[in-house]
Design a binder for this molecule. Structure first.
Ligand code: GLC
Length: 598
């Protein structure tokens, strides 16, 4: 595809100040331990007062992000889009949606963030494009069998008059994954494939144009100084050319459209492009797979750098599953040399303070349990503990905007204000994802809480009336707020020896406690159980997610400790299987037996 050259004038690149040069992790392996903050631009900050967040809003809040202590920003799609799926239906991959700003502003933002020590990651959507993208428009305008249609999955229908879809694949958003075309007279024609909404036709990754186009898009953004890309739906690109039906049991790699082996060739090519830059660019995969070993195959040294750890995100707040999830992630990442990532939320899932306050604290798209009772105070307490746990684990971490404020899921959005195709295509059965995408509260005592420059503008999704106490300004005044916890935790994570990338040593502990060391003096304890846990003698408390009572760690709480004496190295410091016999052994060297209480 040809595309107009950017006419943007080169932005003035501010020289990094001293603080920035301290903050910017200069190591080419920065991504192995980075804290990446996810910016959902539409809901971050609205500078022009139209109710929709924009790039000027993000630029005005960069000092907030610097002070929060993040290493990189991942921007959800910021490209022109008809918004059938809030930007994941891209009409032009090389410019900025006018509602957000201009390409020149994006370049300024990238440079200004960098000057503050913050890198930028952009979202790339290779599985599908918008039905308003020029490629799809020309495909619809040409007859069956045309070269324009070959870039997609057009097929005749089944049934005597082609009135049935080519196969039974279901859209991830509900309903058939096929939509029938009509010509200008309204006569029905071929069907096309869309694993998501009908406005998101799937690309055909056997076509060389599709490869070439995406390689060019990668270079377009890498040349503008972005440090990496987040790859949307990264496991879905390659389809079975025979379009065979899904079966309940398919061998790994044999599913007709998920995790097929051919997808790795694409990422090997992308890695070569990323590595061709002086500061190699980073590839981050969004890959939902139940099998951790299959996920690790994407992270082989010549493929992606990291992938979101959705197993951890979906894990219930229970010590056994948490430990299993952490061990499994570390064990499957180690052989390919990739760091694990720790993710508690994103723009697709239920906010942690709501989810952790329910009886069932796991997450699954099939069972979002909207409207089931939740105890927000309990959920918040657990979310605080989970945040310190995630910050202490080896690897990199993602923070979705608003997570640092402890925002709850908004579940009472009226039907006429809902935007998400998941809600619309399920006829309202699926609550969809609007509830975790509510615009941020910055200050003040009523909506729009400083989100909009214009006090009287109505945000694209309404904010609840009781969010004043959750605003950035309110939480900045409060030493025990979620925001204060994130700021302090991320600052300590950066400065405490042993944290970030590296090894972990598990400490034998009671079933209801997770305990591990990092480096030679750092210890993290998480108490999931009802009984208080005594802290080891002589340890200094660095930070705790809830108040320690009588010097003991209370329920649903995490504490970070600095041991007075170096901990003896535990030899192989990789996690060990959590067997009953392990747990009955004595505590690890340097750790007080008090840990075994609880
Ligand atoms: C990813 C995105 C999600 C989007 C979908 C289709 O899962 O995170 O928001 O709807 O891909 O692009």
């Amino acid at each position: 595809m040809t595309h107009p050259e950017s006419t943007a004038t080169a932005p003035q690149r501010p020289e990094p100040d001293d603080r920035a040069s301290i903050l910017l992790r200069s190591d080419a392996r920065w991504w192995r331990e980075a804290v990446v903050y996810q910016v959902y631009v539409r809901s971050f900050a609205d500078a022009n007062g139209d109710g929709v967040g924009d790039l000027a809003g993000v630029r005005s809040r960069l000092p907030y992000l610097r002070d929060l202590g993040v290493d990189a920003l991942w921007f959800n799609p910021w490209y022109p889009s008809p918004l059938a799926d809030n930007g994941y239906d891209i009409a032009d991959y090389r410019s900025i949606d006018p509602a957000f700003g201009t390409l020149a502003e994006a370049e300024q933002l990238i440079a200004e963030a960098r000057a503050l020590g913050i890198r930028t990651i952009v979202d790339i959507v290779p599985n599908h494009i918008s039905n308003e993208h020029p490629w799809f428009r020309s495909a619809l305008a040409t007859p069956p069998g045309s070269p324009e249609r070959a870039r997609f999955w057009f097929r005749p229908g089944n049934g005597p008059a082609g009135e049935l879809p080519p196969n039974g694949w279901q859209s991830i958003f509900g309903g058939s994954a096929w939509t029938r075309t009509e010509d200008e007279t309204g006569a029905p024609g071929e069907w096309y494939l869309h694993l998501f909404a009908p406005e998101q036709p799937d690309l055909n990754w056997t076509h060389p144009d599709v490869w070439a186009e995406h390689e060019d898009i990668l270079r377009f953004w890498f040349d503008r100084g972005v440090a990496g890309v987040r790859i949307d739906s990264a496991g879905l690109l390659v389809k079975d050319p025979l379009l065979s039906e899904e079966t309940s049991e398919s061998a790994p790699g044999d599913h007709p459209y998920t995790d097929r082996d051919g997808v790795h060739d694409i990422y090997r090519r992308w890695r070569a492009i990323a590595d061709s830059y002086d500061e190699p660019r980073v590839l981050v995969g969004e890959i939902w797979l139940p099998d951790a070993d299959r996920l690790a195959r994407y992270l082989r040294p010549d493929e992606l750098h990291t992938a979101f750890n959705f197993d951890f995100l979906a894990c219930p707040w229970e010590p056994g599953p948490m430990r299993t999830s952490i061990e499994s992630a570390l064990a499957t990442h180690a052989p390919v040399g990739a760091p694990a990532t720790w993710v508690l939320s994103n723009h697709d899932v239920t906010r942690p303070v709501t989810r952790y306050g329910r009886v069932d604290t796991s997450f699954a798209f099939e069972s979002r349990r909207a409207g089931t009772p939740t105890d927000i105070a309990r959920g918040t307490r657990r979310a605080r503990a989970a945040a310190l746990l995630a910050m202490a684990l080896p690897g990199s971490m993602y923070v979705y905007q608003g997570e640092e404020l402890g925002l709850p899921e908004v579940e009472d959005i009226p039907a006429e204000r809902r935007q998400d195709p998941m809600w619309h295509r399920s006829g309202g059965l699926d609550p969809g994802r609007d509830g975790c995408r509510i615009p941020l509260p910055w200050l003040g005592d009523r909506p729009p809480y400083g989100f909009s420059g214009n006090e009287s503008s109505r945000p694209w999704l309404d904010q609840p009336d009781d969010w004043a106490r959750l605003s950035v300004a309110a939480q900045s005044e409060e030493s025990t707020s979620m925001l204060a916890l994130y700021r302090a935790g991320l600052s300590l994570r950066r400065t405490t020896p042993g944290l970030g990338d590296g090894d972990i040593g598990w400490i034998h502990s009671a079933d209801s406690v997770l305990a591990f060391t990092r480096g030679d003096r750092f210890t993290c304890l998480v108490n999931f159980g009802p009984d208080p846990v005594d802290l080891p003698a002589g340890a200094t408390v660095l930070i705790a997610s809830s108040e320690l009572e009588g010097g003991a760690l209370q329920h649903d709480s995490t504490v970070w400790l600095r041991q007075a004496n170096p901990q003896a190295p535990s030899g192989d410091r990789s996690p060990r299987p959590d067997t009953a016999s392990d747990r009955s052994n004595g505590p690890a060297p340097g750790i007080d037996p008090g840990l075994r209480k609880g």
